[in-house]
Design a protein around this ligand. Structure first.
Ligand code: 3HC
Ligand code: NAI
Length: 681
């Protein structure tokens, strides 16, 4: 049950992989502490985890199941430890998150490795800490540190928290010795041992702090119930200890049963599931140490940065010296900025840059284990580039394209080895966005796909498998959604009505603000390319083309759907745009009427849901939850709404089906109505 080190009992938390506090571990801990407490030969207790985790907190998979209520529940276990007659010290290594950190806070002493990661990430699951974190942390570390940790959910290292009051000692190594010493010291000082609950906070100060912080919540935070609940729980820390704990528990349980928390927990598991290839595609990935990136533009430079950050060697290839210099400059500026902002040590930045080999010599490709093409979005250019790659890359190298829309099979056909070709669709900015669509071509071999997924993880991305279809998962849904939003302009809404309603739903930005930001010419170019094959009977909204014809390409030209007097400031639409929209309605014979925010939100979501069902039935997406991960990670869909599929599953099915039929009628010719049973059954 425990090991003896002299007179100190060392209890090891052992529940792979991350010591989540499931029922069995809670029972083991309670019994071990009880036994050590009652053994007269023992003077103190140390709790240890392993290198990866002290504990990642409550076992999320137990939530909503009877196991969660198996005694001792976490709060009971922590009360037992806090009341223990012998000093209990937590030795923190790896992660101590959520209930895992709360367990440490209930101990009488805490010693951490410099590298240990301590945090309260409950907010990411739509929760507040529910085992005393909101009560003990402000008493130990003060209100500001407590709120930062609770609100951001981001872990901090032992080193960062060394002076916070949370830790007694931070060590570079030999954690166990330091923890044993701390337990021995506390034992020799004798009871009462230090407890967070014996400290108190100034009620006036707490209430003022809470009021100030409430006023600072952002609109997106206000949409999520857990942010207000955090402040309410902190406010309860000003009063009686037991009452504070009770209030925290009530709030925690309310949030736990909310649809927002369910959606966020669903996303947590969906993200982890997305990273696993379906059984039929599982294979041993090929080894990748050196990556070649062709094209050092916006995407190529961003991809280079994340590969360098992951410790890979990068060959950056361009068509001429001037373009190469620009690309290299992008990478250099990035590292300079990181160092200047104090986010990276100069030595680390220098080491990353030293792994970069900029070149215009295609022969360099021979050294690459994996090649990523990020040149212009033009099939002829991609063909030419892939022919060259085929000529220079070594046999067995994985060949990837970062194309947004082009056919990966068509690109692969330029090589003699289509089995080695796949799509790796990064999102912009590539060194920031976590999503990576891993595109399976018709002939892509299993180990090549596995290599794409493994590379994604190495680059700290969220890789999601997708089939090879126009726009893959994300852009295909986004196109259907944007098209629906354009219909709503013709039906009577203004761009700001649509953007406002969707932002009120929780989207990071509305579609017209996004279009202005990325530049309307991207879509314009694609529309022109598709014009020849477009069915004239399809409902086609030409407003965007007309804006472009007037030179309104978005923010970069000072006007698009909106006019911009200064950078970042979004104005309402001006008379020119309103005229264009009114004329578009008239041409289609639509009497304009105002659309309500709920109507706008529902139509936009239905368009996404319909496309999601099509993607799943066509086998482009292999799991419904993958679609939700893509929309949340790549397109600003509110994570707390779970994604379009999760949203659809919360709706009344008959109403959903009926509204989809209405949507199909509004869209007219060519709209493919999906069978929702693939998503809902
Ligand atoms: N409960 C249940 N399972 C968990 C878990 C948890 N708290 N944390 C991780 N896991 C599982 C994952 O689902 C995954 O399972 P799988 O292998 O079957 O897919 C496995 O452990 C490994 O996790 P990762 O793939 O995420 O491994 P990483 O090494 O990338 O990350 C981690 C490890 C940093 C611990 C990360 O998993 C994480 O952030 N976990 C969530 C931590 C968290 O949110 N804790 C708070 C829980 S709520 C709480 O404590 C309430 C309390 O206040 C009462
Ligand atoms: P970009 O125009 O910024 O960069 C393209 C680079 O490729 C240029 O530097 C150009 O000199 C270089 N190049 C062109 N032909 C070349 C050749 N034959 N050999 C070597 N280099 C060559 O373009 P961007 O935005 O980086 O896009 C690149 C690819 O990534 C495109 O396929 C695009 O669809 C895709 N993509 C773009 C996203 C974005 O938001 N910009 C997002 C996801 C994918």
């Amino acid at each position: 049950m425990y090991e003896l080190h002299g007179t100190i009992a060392v209890i090891t938390l052992n529940h792979p992989p991350v010591n989540s506090l499931g029922a069995a571990l809670r029972q083991h801990l309670a019994a071990a502490v009880r036994q050590a407490e009652s053994d007269p030969a023992i003077t103190g207790i140390v709790l240890v985890g392993h290198a990866k985790a002290f504990s990642a907190g409550a076992d999320v998979s137990e939530f909503g199941t009877p196991l969660q209520r198996v005694e001792p529940m976490i709060g009971q276990l922590l009360a037992q430890i806090e009341a223990c007659q012998k000093p209990v010290v937590a030795a923190l290594s790896g992660v101590a998150l959520g209930g895992g950190l709360e367990l440490a806070l209930a101990c009488h002493g805490r010693v951490a490795l410099e590298t240990a990661k301590l945090g309260l990430p409950e907010i990411n699951l739509g929760l507040i800490p529910g085992a005393g974190g909101t009560q003990r942390l402000p008493r130990l570390a003060g209100l500001a540190t407590a709120l930062t940790m609770i609100q951001s959910g981001a872990p901090q290292t032992g080193q960062q928290l060394a002076e916070s009051g949370l830790l007694d000692q931070v060590v570079a190594d030999d954690l166990l010795s330091a923890a044993l010493q701390r337990a021995a010291d506390l034992a020799s000082l004798g009871a009462p041992f230090p407890k967070a609950c014996d400290r108190s906070l100034d009620p006036e100060q707490v209430q003022q702090f809470v009021r100030e912080q409430a006023a600072k919540l952002t609109p997106r935070q206000r949409l999520q119930h857990a942010y207000a609940a955090q402040l309410e729980a902190l406010s309860a820390a000003a009063g009686d200890w037991q009452a504070g704990l009770r209030r925290e528990r009530e709030l925690f349980l309310q949030l736990q049963s909310s649809s927002q928390s369910q959606a966020l927990r669903y996303q947590f598991f969906a993200e982890r599931e997305a990273g696993k290839l379906p059984l039929a595609w599982q294979a041993e990935p090929r080894t990748v140490h050196t990556v070649a990136i062709i094209g050092a533009g916006t995407m190529g430079a961003g991809i280079a940065i994340c590969a360098l950050d992951a410790g890979l060697r990068v060959i950056l290839l361009e068509q001429d010296d001037a373009a190469l210099k620009r690309g290299q400059q992008r990478v250099t500026e990035h590292y300079q900025n990181r160092v200047q902002a104090g986010k990276m040590k100069a030595t680390m930045a220098a080491a990353a840059e030293a792994r970069l080999l900029p070149s215009t010599d295609w022969a360099q490709l021979a050294a690459a284990d994996l090649v990523i093409e990020a040149v212009f979005e033009d099939l002829a250019v991609k063909h030419e580039v892939f022919r060259k790659i085929d000529a220079h890359a070594r046999p067995g190298a994985v060949l990837a394209t970062n194309t947004s829309y082009l056919d990966v099979d068509a690109i692969a056909s330029a090589t003699q080895r289509p089995q080695d070709v796949l799509g790796l669709h990064f999102f912009s900015p590539a060194n920031v966005m976590k999503l990576l669509e891993v595109v399976r071509g018709r002939q892509t071999s299993a180990d090549v796909l596995a290599t794409g997924m493994a590379l994604g993880k190495k680059l700290r991305k969220l890789p999601v498998l997708t089939g090879n279809a126009f726009g893959f998962i994300g852009n295909r849904i986004y196109n259907a959604y944007r098209r629906q939003c354009e219909f709503m302009l013709e039906d009577g809404a203004w761009p700001e009505d649509v953007d406002g309603a969707l932002q009120a739903f929780g989207l990071a930005m509305g579609p017209f603000a996004v279009a202005d930001l990325s530049g309307l010419d991207i879509a314009w170019r694609m529309r022109k390319a598709q014009a020849a094959t477009r069915d004239p009977r399809e409902r086609y909204v030409a407003i965007l083309d007309q804006l472009c014809e007037q030179g309104r390409l978005g923010r970069k030209t000072g006007a698009g759907y909106y006019t911009y007097t200064e950078v970042r400031q979004v104005k309402t639409t001006d008379a020119t745009v309103r005229d264009l929209i009114t004329q578009a309605s008239a041409r289609r014979g639509i009497p304009r009427r105002a659309l309500t925010a709920p109507e706008i939100q529902r139509r936009a979501l239905l368009a996404m849901v319909n496309e999601a069902a099509l993607l799943l039935s066509e086998g482009v997406a292999s799991r419904a939850s993958d679609i939700d991960v893509v929309l949340v990670q790549g397109y600003g869909f509110p994570r707390w709404e779970g994604g379009p599929v999760f949203w659809a599953r919360q709706q009344d099915r008959a109403a959903l089906t009926q509204d989809l039929h209405t949507l199909a009628a509004q869209a007219g010719h060519g709209f493919v109505l999906a069978d929702l049973s693939v998503l809902l059954d």
